[in-house]
Write a protein that binds this ligand. Structure first.
Ligand code: IDP
Ligand code: MG
Length: 168
């Protein structure tokens, strides 16, 4: 078993459906610790970088609009970092399959997700799917000083005469 960190996002559909409490209860079954949490307004730049691996897919533009909250008129997501033994697989098991109709009905996506008439998988949450994805995603969504443990190397830079830490 390896200690891992993983990024979780409660997507705009999860927020407008008031599912934050249910989702956090389900995730707590994994017995991991939360090392970072915040509400984020999602810019197009952030959305496109987060889903850069899907650029070129027919659903890409709608996916960007979905994570930016344009479909649900709610431009925010809630982001968390969870840490613990085998965190990535444990969380993915509770989250369920990408396609909410194929997902186990007792998983978060199986219980609360849906496919829209235009074919977007509205699957309520995002969870990192590998250590490489987790590193890219955690560094994208959080600054080093927003996480209460040290995960990846950092370096000090001086911005406007103020010393601050950024990802190395
Ligand atoms: P994941 O979220 O389970 O890791 P990815 O393949 O990384 O799945 O896709 C990111 C997101 O893009 C999914 O959560 C889902 O919202 C959307 N998505 C992925 N594949 C499809 C598809 O075939 N049709 C519609 N939406 C999709
Ligand atoms: Mg993914």
């Amino acid at each position: 078993m390896a200690v891992q960190s993983t990024l979780i996002l409660i997507k705009p559909d999860g927020l407008v459906k008031s599912l934050t409490g249910n989702i956090l209860s389900r995730l707590s079954e994994a017995k991991l610790i939360i090392t970072a949490a915040k509400v984020v307004r999602v810019s197009r730049e952030l959305a496109e970088e987060h889903y850069s691996h899907l650029k070129g897919k027919p659903f890409f533009e709608e996916l960007i609009e979905y994570i930016m909250g344009e479909i649900h008129h709610s431009n925010r997501v809630v982001a968390f970092v969870y840490q613990g033994d085998d965190a990535i697989t444990k969380i993915r098991d509770i989250v369920g399959d990408t396609n909410p109709e194929a997902a186990n009905p007792v998983s978060i996506r199986g219980a609360y997700g849906r496919i829209t008439t235009t074919g977007v998988f509205e699957n309520v949450v995002h969870a990192s799917s590998s250590p490489e994805d987790a590193e890219k995603e955690i560094k994208l969504w959080f600054r080093p000083d927003e996480i209460v443990v040290d995960i990846y190397p950092t370096k000090e830079v001086v911005l406007n005469n103020i010393k601050t830490r950024v990802w190395a």
